[in-house]
Design a binder for this molecule. Sequence first.
Ligand SMILES: [Mg+2]
Length: 166
Amino acid sequence: MFENMKPSIKCRSIYDMDLSELKSIGIRGLIFDIDNTLEPYAQEVPGDKLCQWLSELSAKGFRIAIVSNAKEARVERFCAGFPKSAFPLEVISVAQAGKPLEKGFKEACFRMGLEPGQTAMIGDQIFTDIWGGNRFGCMTILVKPIAPEKEPPFVRFKRFFEKIVL
Ligand SMILES: [Mg+2]
C-alpha cells in the first residue's frame, strides 16, 4: 500500500541533490515544483542563488522544467525571473498542471523531448509531486519544504497524511 506515493529518494533541499549520480543513471531532465521546493510560497521571483544553480544545471546539459499547480500569472512571473542569457536551453514551464494528474508531466516531457524515465520530478509534496511523478514513470525526489510555517492551511492539513504514508 502507498507504494506509488514513496519517493525514489529524499533530500534535505534541491541543493543537496547528487547531480552526477542522476546523470549516471540516465536522468536528462529535471522537473521542479515551485512552492516550497525552489522558493517559499510568498516569494514571487527566483532568488540569485537559485538562478545561479539552475543555470549551472542547464550548462551541464540538463533540461529544466517547472511544473506547478499554481495559477498562470504566478508561474509566468516566477519563470520570467530566469535570465534567458544564463540558460543555454529554454526553461519549460507548465502552470495549473493539475498534479498528481499526468497532463502537466506529459506536457513537460513532450516539450523537453524526453521520455518519463529520463526525468526526475523534484517536489515537497507527496500527494501532488511524488504520487504524480511516480504514476507517470518519472524518478521522484522528495525535498523538505523550505518554509513550512508559511504554508496555506490546506497544505498543512495534507502534511498530516503525508506522515502516515512515509
Ligand atoms: Mg510545493
